[in-house]
Design a protein around this ligand. Structure first.
Ligand code: ADP
Length: 396
């Protein structure tokens, strides 16, 4: 069975065609500037050079049509006809409280996704457009929605409610939802496979550390807490997002700097984080280089990042009464040995100890020191594969 995985943004659309028989990506690509001048598609068949097609794409349906024709093209294609695609898996950012798992899309599901637009005004409308474009271009092919929030829906009320008047939860659904759920689910599942134990027997902390970062506590297979909240702004300090701050700072700064809500939102989402603290960059490679050259603010930003991740690891160990596995994933978690060393430094008391030599390696691996009670693992995330697995499971 072949599954097309779609991640639709407001003016872009990423895709991967995955052959589920051998779990290999057959082709992937990206449509950019949909609906605006200069639309282009970059298509990469596995093991071959990318091709760039410059062609007008006034709508997402035009983009999907072009994706299908690239996938079936006699020269750069990887399948002979659209009928080889068994299902489409869509990444949907917000499922609110309506979706605690992936679902086959029908009118009711689309209504539910529409109902969550207020919670993700930038993402859910684009995800819906992607779904409707596929329905139009590929009638009869089952479509599956996979939500970033779904895996976290198992959190108990004490973890998801905020200390605000309860009526705001009732009126506006203000609560912790958590994000990167597809990634946390994938890497926790892989961790169990690597350790040859059922996930239902393990207490796992997963650290998805990239431009956006989140940490999750997964107790016997169920998320019991996660660092992101109503939006992906909460939790650890990130590339450009502030993470957890005293909420009183928001009104203080709005008054002092004369910022309206939109401007304050931009400060917290785009001008803060390690970029805001360092004044150097949001990219952890740049920060590492600057810190090595003696830039004290870059070093401070990195220290803050490591410290905030470590605090969540400790908090979640407390929540679960200890941990069996600690997982690092995403751009920084997978590639940055200094980050893993700093986060795990001094955690021997709770059984976490890494081997400095193993920590220098790359790829999927266990980096625990011999005899460490906790398995520390590096697992490259694969959200597309997780989406494809769910789409296959639900449509087989
Ligand atoms: P996003 O949240 O955008 O998906 P990623 O998971 O791709 O982010 O992570 C991007 C971050 O990963 C960047 O800060 C980058 O510096 C870091 N990163 C990527 N590759 C490396 C590497 N080889 N060494 C160190 N850091 C890396």
């Amino acid at each position: 069975m072949k599954i097309l995985v779609i991640n639709a943004g407001s003016s872009s659309l990423k895709y991967q065609l995955i052959d589920m028989d051998n779990k290999l990506v057959m082709a992937k690509g990206l449509c950019e500037r949909i609906g605006i001048e200069g639309s282009r598609l970059k298509h990469t068949p596995a093991g071959r050079d990318s091709v760039v097609i410059e062609s007008p794409m006034p709508t997402h349906a035009d983009a999907i049509t072009l994706v299908i024709s690239s996938l079936t093209d006699s020269e750069n294609g990887v399948i002979s006809s659209m009928s080889e695609i068994g299902a489409v898996g869509h990444r949907v950012v917000h499922g609110g409280e309506s979706f605690s798992e992936s679902v086959v899309i029908d009118e009711k599901v689309k209504e539910g996704i529409r109902g969550c637009i207020e919670l993700a005004p930038l993402h859910n409308p684009a995800n819906l457009i992607g779904i409707e474009a596929c329905e139009k271009v590929m009638p009869g092919v089952p479509q599956v929605a996979v939500f970033d929030t779904a895996f976290h829906q198992t959190m108990p009320q004490k973890a998801y409610l905020y200390g605000l008047p309860y009526e705001y939860y009732q009126k506006y659904k203000i609560r912790r939802y958590g994000f990167h759920g597809t990634s946390h689910k994938y890497v926790s599942g892989r961790a169990a496979e690597m350790l040859n134990r059922p996930l239902s027997e393990l207490r796992v902390v997963t650290c998805h550390l990239g431009n956006g970062s989140s940490v999750a506590a997964i107790d016997h297979g169920r998320v019991v807490d996660t660092s992101m909240g109503l939006t992906p702004l909460a939790g650890v300090i990130m590339g450009t997002r502030c993470g957890d701050i005293d909420p009183a700072i928001v009104t203080f700064l709005m008054e002092k700097e004369g910022l309206d809500p939109k401007a304050m939102d931009a400060v917290m989402n785009k001008q803060s984080g390690v970029l805001g603290v360092s004044g150097v960059s949001s990219d952890f490679r740049d920060l590492g280089a600057a810190a090595e050259n003696g830039d004290s603010r870059a070093k401070a930003a990195l220290d803050m990042f490591y410290y905030s991740v470590k605090k969540y690891v400790g908090a979640y160990a407390a929540v679960m009464g200890g941990i069996d596995a600690l997982v690092f994933t995403a751009g920084v978690g997978e590639n940055n040995a200094a980050c893993r060393a700093a986060v795990t430094d001094g955690l021997e008391y709770m059984g976490v100890k890494i081997d400095p030599e193993l920590n220098k390696q790359r790829g999927e691996m266990e980096i625990s020191a011999p005899g460490a009670a906790v398995h520390t693992l590096v697992i490259p995330t694969d959200e597309e594969m997780m989406i494809a697995l769910d789409a296959q499971r639900l449509t087989k």
